[in-house]
Design a protein around this ligand. Structure first.
Ligand code: PEP
Length: 363
């Protein structure tokens, strides 16, 4: 059972203490309290775990601080959609809303290579009215001999430029807990208002210890990518690891599945699962057309496959698009062949807008 608390419930309030005292007296029950990410000391939900017999809803509803009572099923306890569950399907972070009813584009560099390329990218985003981007500093690579990303060395100029060009949220993959500290420190030192969405990539979807650590931090929302070789249920449970530790600001990312080597695309595009994830959970759903398709192939109509699958994902109701662009793809140190050109950005955004309008007309 989840007790959704009144907004602005604070741990030092008499009502909250009264609520917790009451819960402590319920036999066989333990509680886990969730706070609001980025808003210190604001409590949002109390999870009642381990009850042997059902608790009376009306009695719980009348307890101090309680706004709503939700009876949860076993599946995806925190992030799932449960019967009569009116909890929100969105969250706000650094002035941007992420929800099952919004759409945000994160166009940017797969990997940060030079300051000049970062600046050209961010300038193009600003010129096209964009406030979000993707910038890879820590790159998990198949070969140990491939470029592994500039790591913390590039963070100061990435965050400085983001501030200069009005970027509010940067999706940035992390592969180790130390990266979270490095990002925090660099943001603090830079002192501008840019925010970061921590990205957990497909290779780490089931790195449970990393998920627990990232789930415990309350500073950043998280984009969790689906594991490329595991079931959807396993990946949704991975997201639940983040949420069960306290961070419920989670976006779920679809990025294609591995099938076999003869596939024309790098991965088999799985954007048909956008509505499935939205039906099963309250998470906004991201699509990554670049890592799904993996190359600049185009159909006889001259339209890039990346563009085709993006619009398919948007029509299916996607809420976020993570997409690789690069000022000079030939010079990109990671995944250049799948990057779109900066001059293609306005057309990309226009097609996304048209597809989104079509989705909204029908939804
Ligand atoms: C990425 O987005 O840079 C990336 C490596 O993605 P994935 O984890 O989906 O391969």
């Amino acid at each position: 059972m989840i007790l959704v608390l009144n907004p602005d419930t604070r741990p030092d309030s008499a009502e909250y203490k009264q609520l917790m005292a009451h819960l402590a007296n319920l036999p066989g029950i333990s509680t886990r309290v969730h706070t609001e990410v980025g808003v210190e000391q604001t409590l949002t939900e109390v999870y009642l775990i381990g009850n042997t017999k059902p608790l009376p809803i009306e009695e719980m509803q009348n307890l101090p601080c309680v706004e709503q009572v939700v009876r949860i099923s076993e599946e995806y306890r925190v992030l799932g959609r449960h019967k009569d569950d009116h909890r929100p399907t969105h969250f706000d972070y650094n002035g941007v809303r992420f929800g099952q009813d919004t759409l945000n584009v994160f166009a940017g560099l797969c990997a940060v290579d030079t300051l000049e390329h970062v600046e050209l990218m961010m300038q193009a985003l600003r010129d096209n009215g964009q406030v979000c981007t993707r910038m890879g500093a820590y790159k998990p690579r198949t070969s140990p001999y491939s470029f592994q990303g500039h790591g913390k060395a590039c963070l100061p100029y990435v965050f400085d430029l983001a501030g200069k060009y009005g970027i509010k949220v940067i999706a940035m993959e992390i592969t180790h807990e130390s990266h979270v500290e490095e990002i925090c420190e660099a943001l603090y030192r830079t002192g501008n208002s840019t925010g970061v969405m921590l990205q957990i990539g497909t290779r780490n979807t089931q790195n449970f210890e990393l998920l627990k650590i990232v789930g415990r931090q309350q500073d950043f929302p998280v984009l969790l990518k689906r594991g490329f070789g595991i079931t959807l249920d396993e990946s949704l449970n991975a997201a639940e690891y983040l949420a069960s530790e306290g961070n419920r600001k989670v976006v779920f990312g679809l990025r294609g599945m591995k099938t076999n080597m003869a596939d024309p695309h790098r991965n088999f595009v799985d954007f048909a699962h956008v509505p499935v994830v939205k039906r099963l959970t309250r998470m906004p759903v991201c699509i990554d057309p670049s890592h799904s398709v993996g190359l600049r192939a185009s159909s006889p109509d001259g339209i890039l496959d990346i563009m085709h699958v993006t619009t398919q994902g948007v029509i299916a109701g996607a809420n976020m698009i993570l997409v690789d662009f690069h000022p000079v793809p030939g010079k990109a140190l990671v995944d250049g062949p799948q990057a779109m050109l900066i001059r293609e950005l306005p057309f990309f955004l226009e097609d996304v807008r048209i597809a989104r309008e079509a989705y909204e007309r029908r939804a």
